[in-house]
Ligand binder design. Structure first.
Ligand SMILES: [Zn+2]
Length: 325
C-alpha cells in the first residue's frame, strides 16, 4: 500500500466525513465517505468494495482511495444526492438545474443507484408529457429559462441525456421540437459545435421527420362546412379565415404546445361548424401525435409509455417514495 500525499487533493467540505472509511477522488477533488452507505445504494461500488485488497491499493489519509474518471462537479452533485435526502428530493422538477439533473441521472446510471435514477427520470418525465392533451398544461422546466422556445443547445443536451440513460419515451417530443428549431440556430450551431456527431445525426433525423409531419398534417378539412351547416356561404367564408390563421400550424409546434384554436372560429360560423371544426382539429391533432414516434423511427406510444412506467414506478419498495404520474 502507498499513502498518497501529493499532489494535494482538495477535500469537498460537505462530503468529507471524519468517520469516513473510503476516499473517492475525481480530478483533484476528494470525498471521504462511509463506504457502507455507498455500497448499500450502489451495486457498482458494492462490487468494487468486495474485491480483496491488493498490495497496490492506494491509501489517502489512512483510507483506501478510489479514483474515478468523472467530472468532479458531477461527482459532488451525485454524492450529495446519495448522502443528503434534501439535496435531490422527489418532485423538484420546476427548481432543479439541468447540470445537477444530468450529473445525478448520468452517474446514478453509471454506478447503478436505482432510487436516484428513478427520481431523476420522474423529474424529466414530468417535464415532457407523453400525451398530446397533457402538453399545454405543463409548466416549462426551470432549466429551459424564460424563452418561448428552448435553444437548440438546450434541446440537444436533453436529447443526449435521454439517449445516454435510455429514456426513449422522452425522444418523440424532443425530436419534434428540434424539427422546428430556428434555421439560423442550426447553421450557427453546426459551425461552432463541439458535439458535431450528435448534432448532425439528430438534425438529419429531425429534418426527415419534419417532412413526414408536413405530409401527414393537412388542414384542408377546415374549408368544407359541416353537413348540418345552417349558413353555408357565411360559414365557408369563416372557415377560410380560420384556415388562413391556422395554416401556420404546419410549420410550428404550436399545435401541441400552446395554441388555442377556438378563438379563430368562435365568431361568424354557425354552431354546427364551430363544433365540427374544433372536433376535426382535435382528431387530426391526436392522429398526428400518435404518428410522431414513427416519424423518427421510434417505438409507438403504447410501448414507450410502458417503458416509462417500468422505469419510473416503484417495484415493491417499502421506502415510500413519491411516484410520478
Ligand atoms: Zn356552418
Amino acid at each position: 500500500m502507498s499513502d498518497l500525499c501529493s499532489p494535494p487533493l482538495s477535500a469537498v467540505p460537505d462530503l468529507w466525513f471524519d468517520d469516513g472509511n473510503i476516499v473517492i477522488v475525481a480530478g483533484s477533488w476528494s470525498f471521504r465517505l462511509r463506504r457502507g452507505i455507498l455500497a448499500f445504494q450502489s451495486s457498482v461500488f458494492r462490487d468494487m468494495f468486495s474485491l480483496p485488497p491488493s498490495g497496490s491499493q492506494d491509501v489517502y489519509d489512512g483510507c483506501p482511495l478510489i479514483n474515478v474518471s468523472d467530472d468532479p462537479n458531477d461527482m459532488e452533485h451525485f454524492l450529495k444526492a446519495v448522502y443528503f435526502p434534501q439535496y435531490f428530493p422527489p418532485g423538484i422538477s420546476q427548481e432543479v438545474e439541468f447540470g445537477v439533473l444530468r450529473a445525478v441521472l448520468g452517474l446514478a446510471q453509471k454506478f447503478d443507484v436505482p432510487f436516484l435514477r428513478r427520481r431523476a427520470l420522474c423529474i424529466l418525465s414530468d417535464a415532457y408529457s407523453t400525451d398530446a392533451d397533457g402538453v399545454p398544461s405543463l409548466s416549462t422546466p426551470s432549466w429551459r429559462g424564460r424563452r418561448d422556445h428552448p435553444s437548440l443547445d438546450c434541446l440537444l443536451a436533453e436529447i443526449a441525456l435521454a439517449r445516454e440513460v435510455n429514456a426513449i419515451w422522452l425522444l418523440p417530443r424532443l425530436y419534434y421540437e428540434v424539427s422546428y428549431a430556428d434555421a439560423s440556430d442550426i447553421i450557427i450551431g453546426c459551425q461552432e459545435a463541439s458535439d458535431k456527431e450528435l448534432r448532425n445525426s439528430v438534425l438529419i433525423l429531425c429534418f426527415a421527420g419534419l417532412q413526414r409531419i408536413r405530409a401527414a398534417f393537412e388542414p384542408n378539412f377546415m374549408i368544407n362546412p359541416a353537413s348540418s351547416c345552417s349558413s353555408r356561404a357565411k360559414c365557408t367564408q369563416r372557415r377560410w379565415i380560420a384556415f388562413g390563421k391556422t395554416f401556420h400550424l404546419r410549420d410550428t409546434p404550436q399545435l401541441f404546445f400552446s395554441y388555442s384554436f377556438t378563438e379563430d372560429v368562435d365568431s361568424g360560423a354557425c354552431a354546427s361548424c364551430q363544433v365540427a371544426i374544433i372536433t376535426d382539429l382535435h382528431t387530426r391533432r391526436k392522429e398526428l401525435w400518435d404518428a410522431i414516434p414513427g416519424f423518427y423511427g421510434l417505438l409507438d406510444w403504447d410501448r414507450l409509455k410502458e417503458m416509462k412506467r417500468e422505469e419510473t414506478s416503484l417495484k415493491g419498495s417499502a421506502w415510500g417514495e413519491v411516484i410520478c404520474s
